[in-house]
Design a protein around this ligand. Structure first.
Ligand code: ARG
Length: 459
């Protein structure tokens, strides 16, 4: 039986059911709906709506349902109910008759669904923070086991200046730390309880809204009933956090796909996260990374979709809002999957230190060093830059590295260049010179790595 049949003479059309029913997807909120209902039964008992015995019967039936929901054994497919709220209520009515019919007193599906979805998002925020911590730990681990590796750093995908491999890893650690703090931050706004807001105007029953909020682990009740039932900022914030984090993962994937290419050959990925070609026997493709990059499309799409859904809605609840679920369920599921597979990819990385160093040495990545050397000798930087550029041009013509040019040749560009120039053109020298906070020198990199290792040990 539907929750609202009384004033209707005709039933819903099949097509209406198809567009309107949300049980096919909001069944994902089953345990949150049941937890919310347990708290509601306590609140309406205290408000004098239920006797103690009725509340206890409801609570134990709901607890039994919760066990099934968590085990994934509720039979949704056999149900003809419209949504998860009517499914739970109908199940209680079937088991308890009139006691089940009392549960919805003073409550609306509008405050109920807003509560359920906040609970669902909160549960998943905690899971995603753990996932992000795991990715961070894998990056710190590969950084720590390959501390001495130097590879080219790029701008415009042109070799720019050499960097330490751990420095590359720790750049992504910074991004994932921001993703974690974004989740912690949005949780503050998310963790407020709509229950007691009714359909839109508040309820007439004397519900202790502070008590029910804390019973469900919320920090406080939502303060305006119109806003409480129609606010979906928390949905947008999760989708934005997902989009930003997926963008970070996609950039990392893009770097690694390039590092893994035949042309770069800096890394090899494990068999367990790559796939072969049906035609070309030699292929080992970085599919996991390409899918991390590829799945950004649907996650960004969900954010855009939700913004558009919300933008024209008048207060308070409108059925458009039911469209909030699928995008978030999909985005959060795929974000979670991508974070988990990223851990496996990172754990499988084998570095080819020699190829990395060779590439870092090539491409005139030490040209800035030559300019700085001339600055040390008293030449203004702009002039030094120009001289170093001319040296690169000469080396390019001869198809050699700067350090392969004879001193006499170098002196043609500046007679301030001496024999000591060869030392500063060496790879280790130029990386180690950047011993500034946040730079790629051994000291700041080791300090950053130590800080991350200590943070992991503490958690
Ligand atoms: N299934 C709806 C949703 O997900 C909740 C029900 C509110 N329905 C209503 N007619 N007021 O938003």
């Amino acid at each position: 039986m539907s929750l609202w049949g009384g004033r209707f003479q005709d039933g819903s059309s099949a097509m209406f059911r198809r567009v309107n029913d949300s049980l096919p997807f909001d069944r994902a909120l089953a345990s949150q709906d049941i937890r919310g209902s347990i708290a509601w039964s306590k609140a309406i008992f205290k408000a004098g709506v239920l006797s103690q015995d009725e509340q206890q019967q409801l609570e134990s039936a709901l607890q039994a349902l919760l066990v099934k929901a968590e085990a994934g054994t509720l039979d949704f497919d056999a149900s003809s109910e419209e949504d998860i709220h009517s499914f739970v209520e109908a199940t209680l009515i079937e088991q308890l008759g009139d006691i089940g019919r009392k549960l919805h007193t003073g409550r609306s599906r509008n405050d109920q669904v807003a509560t359920d979805f906040r609970l669902w998002c909160r549960d998943h925020v905690d899971l995603l923070i753990t996932d992000l911590e795991n990715v961070k730990a894998s990056l710190v681990n590969t950084a720590n086991t390959n501390k001495t590796v130097i590879l080219p750093g790029y701008t415009h995908l042109q070799r720019a200046q050499p960097v330490r491999y751990p420095h590359w890893c720790l750049a992504y650690v910074e991004m994932f730390k921001r993703d974690i703090s974004r989740l912690q931050d949005l949780k503050v706004r998310l963790n407020k309880c709509p229950l007691g807001s009714g359909a839109l105007a508040g309820t007439t029953y004397p519900i202790d809204r502070h008590e029910i909020a804390s019973d469900l682990g919320f920090d406080s009740p939502c303060l305006n009933s119109l806003d409480a039932v129609s606010d979906r900022d928390f949905v947008l914030e999760i989708l934005f956090a997902a989009s930003t984090s997926m963008m970070h993962m996609s950039r990392m994937a893009e770097d690694l796909i390039f590092f893994n290419s035949g042309e770069a050959g800096f890394i090899t990925l494990g068999d367990q996260v790559t796939s072969g070609s049906s035609l070309m026997p030699q292929k080992k493709n970085p599919d996991a990374l390409e899918l991390i990059r590829g799945k950004c499309g649907r996650v960004f799409g969900s954010l855009q979709g939700m913004l558009v859904t919300m933008k024209g809605l008048p207060l308070a609840y409108n059925k458009d809002m039911q469209e909030d679920k699928e995008g978030v369920l999909d985005a959060v599921t795929n974000w979670h999957i991508c974070l988990c597979i990223a851990v496996e990819v990172l754990d499988s990385i084998q570095l080819d230190a020699q190829r990395c160093a060779k590439a870092a040495r090539e491409g005139y990545a030490n040209a800035t060093e030559l300019a700085d050397y001339l600055v040390d000798k008293g030449i203004p930087f702009r002039t030094a830059h120009d001289i170093s550029g001319q040296v690169v041009l000469a080396a390019l013509e001869q198809k050699v590295a700067i350090e392969d040019l004879e001193l006499a040749e170098l002196k043609k560009y500046s007679d301030l260049i001496e024999d000591d120039v060869y030392e500063i053109l060496q790879l280790d020298y130029l990386v180690n010179k950047r011993n500034i906070l946040g730079g790629t020198g051994i000291e700041p990199v080791q300090a950053a790595l130590d800080a991350e290792l200590a943070a992991i040990a503490k958690s």
